[in-house]
Ligand binder design. Structure first.
Ligand code: UD1
Length: 366
């Protein structure tokens, strides 16, 4: 019987939403296994990567593949080509992948073909919208993964319906909430709102999905509607590099009243989210965080792979319709609940302990 310490896990992260998911799993396995952290370099700006390593207490990556940006095919291929020799050299018991970004699917493809087992954290989520690149990444990753850790029971249902063997599926809860629970006090101590001179109530906006920002015919009306909202409420918008790029290329004007910021660190963003009267977003993770925080969330998408945020939480989908977005914003602001949506419930096992449930399963299966 090999000792626990001889077990070896290789974690792959690459893009901003991976970092807060990997941090609790690495911490839960610390001292109980040999761990390697590979950063693909999908995200590389300090504001998209380094600040998260610092704030989350992630160890420095053992390997940085430095792939950078590119088309989906180019980026995925680069990650695969550069990851293969690393994996051949290290031969871990499991490759652990997170979420649904290109780094997730690329590492999974490489590992599967080298017969190295894959564990997928945040498995089973489905938007059923194959125009979304992340949905393709989720489908491929879950088809190939050997161990699937789901954040909510809809994930288990989806996987079973796709024919995944029941003994591979483990409902463990939401690792992103593990990080939120751990760091909420530190975030709340920052006083980010006051430092920005933001009065209450304010509305926090993020938009970066290709389906919202890549086509000026979609982006311009959304920004115009946000400009109308900003006539009566403060609207603050940390801008993702993709969105910044599209704005520059297209010349779409941002209404002056909207307060644009550079991308924020994890703690600063969480602090602003915590105190917001409402959040308008197309992010996956923010739908979850706002549900946990009880802050009304208006999601500018036709669908979500995180349905519990709608059925139990604070989330409402408004498509890409600026008028519906404004109507739901009014409703949230009129709620008069000081930024806390009434009747919202935290989904089961979103309790800050998901990684504690993942670690023993990984150790046992390795
Ligand atoms: C990626 C993920 C998306 C996730 C998002 C969170 C995929 C398919 N998409 O989208 O699921 O919600 O991250 O942030 O994996 N750029 C920079 N600096 C960086 C990184 C990117 O300037 O550090 C710019 C580049 O112009 C790049 C563009 O942003 O071309 C898009 O980056 P990319 O990694 O392709 O996808 P995201 O839109 O960031």
């Amino acid at each position: 019987m090999p000792s626990e310490v001889s077990k070896r896990f290789l974690h792959v992260v690459g893009a901003r939403p991976n970092f807060m998911k990997a941090a609790p799993v690495l911490a839960a396995l610390a001292g109980r296994a040999e761990q390697t952290l590979v950063h693909t370099g999908q995200h590389y700006d300090a504001a998209m990567s380094e600040v998260f390593f610092d704030q989350l207490g992630l160890p420095a990556p053992d390997v940085d593949l430095e792939v950078g940006s590119g088309s989906h095919a180019a980026q995925t291929a680069q990650i695969m080509t550069r990851f293969e020799p690393v994996l051949l050299e290290r031969r871990p018991d499991f490759v652990v992948v997170y979420g649904d970004v290109n780094s997730t699917v690329a590492a999974t493809l490489v590992a599967s073909k080298l017969l190295v087992r894959v564990a997928h954290v945040e498995a089973g989520l489905r938007s059923r919208d194959r125009k979304m690149p992340e949905e393709i990444n989720r489908l491929v990753t879950d088809t190939l993964a050997d161990l699937l850790f789901t954040p909510s029971t809809d994930g288990d249902d989806n996987l079973r319906a796709e024919g995944v063997a029941a003994d591979k599926i483990h409902f463990v809860g939401n690792v992103m909430i593990d990080t939120l629970v751990r760091l909420l006090p530190a975030a709340a101590a920052l006083g980010t709102r006051a430092r920005l001179g933001l009065p209450r109530p304010y509305v926090l906006v993020t938009l970066h999905r290709p389906s919202n920002v890549d086509d000026p015919a979609t982006l311009a009306p959304l920004l115009a509607a946000l400009g109308r909202a900003a006539a009566s409420h403060d609207v603050v918008f940390p801008v993702h590099p993709r969105t910044r790029g599209r704005l520059a290329e297209s010349g779409v004007a941002v209404p002056e009243r909207i307060r644009l910021l550079e991308p924020l660190g994890y703690l600063e963003f969480l602090d602003l989210q915590r105190e917001a009267a409402a959040v308008i977003t197309d992010s996956g993770g923010i739908q979850e965080e706002s549900t946990f925080l009880g802050v009304p969330c208006i999601t500018v998408r036709e669908n979500t792979e995180r349905p519990v945020t709608v059925t139990l939480g604070t989330n409402v989908l408004v498509g890409r319709d600026p008028l519906r977005m404004l109507a739901e914003l009014e409703r949230a602001l009129e709620g008069g609940t000081g930024g806390r949506a009434t009747g919202a419930v935290r989904p089961p096992l979103w309790d800050g302990r998901a990684a504690e449930r993942i670690a023993p399963i990984l150790l046992e299966r390795a």
